[in-house]
Unconditional design. Structure first.
Length: 493
């Protein structure tokens, strides 16, 4: 594996990395944006640096250091420029997405109410749309708006050198908010550098890596796993809008084939969607033999999906060894564990009845079994254990418990939530006081050294000593409560 040109052991922030790339790889494309399969925008490392420094100088003049700065952009390279501009200005970026419908506006307002940004970066087109809502939404009007496509590039010459270091907060990564209000995870440059080193080790990134991504740029998997990974490794990243992928999943695979991407991926649903929507005429001319790491994470990984995707695209040169199931979460920056590159995923069938009793027992009986996909092992200095979520004692191998993680990639906590931060990020075992650990909220079992995720702690209810991992509807909850009252038992969450 060849080494990248920058000495990554000496960098203390992503500002250092971009400066090094702009000097040593000035004319190499850093990011390329695709639309309808065509290149519509490209930035070399030197061009990106100049644009980011121009906006960064503007932020410095606004005394934006340590201020929260909202990023509101459609998918495109303006988003990337704005992110690095915040790094130069030592501002805390708050990646978000322009609202389209009422639901999107509610999420945006929840993020604004929580992060309380003083500045927002956006384009003239987005600003003109939002301006019409200022009277209805006073918190939008109170923000200082910077239209970055109107910033003079000459201002880059006035950008002072950033003093960002490993302790500097790079951005607030907001959680999905699927089970509660979104929470802002405090991600430092040190967290990012540590997590990128872990991914480089596990995913075998090198100078020959080529990245294609359709993932949302405000989401941690798209932002950290693709955009920042490209910068860290000094390689080119081809980006497209997630809406383009959802409308035409084949455009993702065509881009991988066209640009000979070695690294690309997404949640399980993306592979399932491609397998279901694939038509024979779309497979013609498609060559996926270049795809070395097809990562799959962010939601439950289905063994059946992996099988269907492999069968559907084997005629196009796709290899099962390229599939890379992995596990991670925003609270640990992104990546926690993964399998072995160039090795087919490991699927183990566990006895369902044993799982309900907190144990992982391998079975050959398909009907009584639950096939689970291995999410691999941690790497470098990271520690991962499973813990009984009630007693807070460590589980033995083969016992189901809550996944706890300790590493330099574990982030600084939740913005403005000190009590929740203590509870989630500073957990210790009740008997040995070992810690601190991050409580992930995920249930899993470590079997033969590898992690198998079984569910969520919040989705778990225990009835007569058996675990039930599925999410429970209101009507199901009523049935459970009646049953528990009848049996003089209470559900244990």
């Amino acid at each position: 594996m060849s080494e990248t040109k920058a000495d990554l052991s000496r960098v203390t922030s992503f500002v250092d990395i971009l400066n090094a790339r702009a000097t040593e790889q000035s004319d190499q494309p850093s990011y390329v944006f695709l639309s309808a399969g065509e290149e519509v925008d490209t930035l070399t490392f030197a061009q990106l640096q100049r644009k980011a420094r121009a906006v960064g100088a503007h932020l410095q003049e606004m005394n934006a250091q340590n201020e929260r700065v909202l990023l509101l952009y459609p998918s495109g390279l303006d988003y990337v420029v704005a992110l690095y501009a915040c790094f130069y200005g030592r501002a805390i970026a708050v990646p978000a997405y322009p609202p389209r419908m009422n639901q999107n506006l509610r999420r945006l307002m929840a993020i604004i109410d929580d992060s309380r940004p003083t500045i927002a970066l956006t384009t003239s087109a987005i600003f003109s749309r939002l301006q019409s809502r200022f009277d209805q939404v006073p918190s939008l009007k109170a923000i200082q708006w910077v239209i970055t496509d109107e910033v003079d590039l000459g201002r880059a010459d006035f950008c002072e050198e950033s003093e960002a270091n490993e302790e500097t907060i790079a951005f607030l990564q907001y959680t999905s908010g699927s089970t509660s209000e979104p929470k802002g995870v405090l991600v430092s440059h040190g967290n990012l550098l540590s997590n990128q080193a872990m991914m480089r080790e596990s995913l075998k990134h090198d100078d020959n890596t080529v990245i294609v991504s359709w993932l949302p740029m405000y989401h941690d998997m798209g932002l950290i796993g693709n955009i920042l990974a490209a910068m860290y490794n000094g390689v080119t990243c081809y980006l497209m809008a997630h809406t383009d992928f959802l409308q035409d999943p084949a455009c993702w695979l065509k881009a991988i084939s066209k640009y000979r991407a070695t690294f690309s991926g997404g949640p399980n649903f993306a592979y399932d969607l491609c397998a279901r929507k694939a038509r024979q005429e779309q497979l013609e001319g498609l060559d996926l033999s270049c795809w070395k790491v097809a990562f799959n994470g962010s939601e439950p990984i289905r063994a059946e999906t992996l099988r269907r995707f492999t069968e559907a695209f084997a005629p196009c040169g796709f290899r099962p060894e390229a599939l890379y199931p992995c596990y991670g979460l925003a609270e640990s920056t992104l990546f926690v564990s993964g399998g072995l590159v160039s090795k087919a995923p490991i699927v183990t069938t566990f006895d369902k009845a044993a799982l309900e009793k907190h144990r992982a027992v391998v079975t050959d009986h398909v009907k009584e079994g639950a096939p689970l996909v291995s999410c691999g092992k941690p790497c470098l200095e990271e520690r991962m254990i499973t813990v009984n979520p009630r007693t807070l004692t460590r589980c033995d191998e083969g016992q189901v418990g809550e996944v706890w993680v300790s590493s330099a990639a574990v982030t600084q906590g939740y913005w403005g939530k000190p009590e929740l931060t203590d509870e989630t990020f500073r957990a210790r075992l009740s008997d040995t006081k070992e810690g601190p650990y991050l409580r992930t909220g995920d249930l899993g079992v470590i079997f033969q050294g590898a992690l198998y995720v079984t569910g969520r702690v919040k989705d778990l209810i225990i009835i007569r000593g058996r675990n039930h991992y599925h999410k429970i509807s209101n009507s199901q909850w009523k049935q459970v409560i009646r049953r528990c009252v009848r049996d003089a038992r209470r559900p244990s969450l």
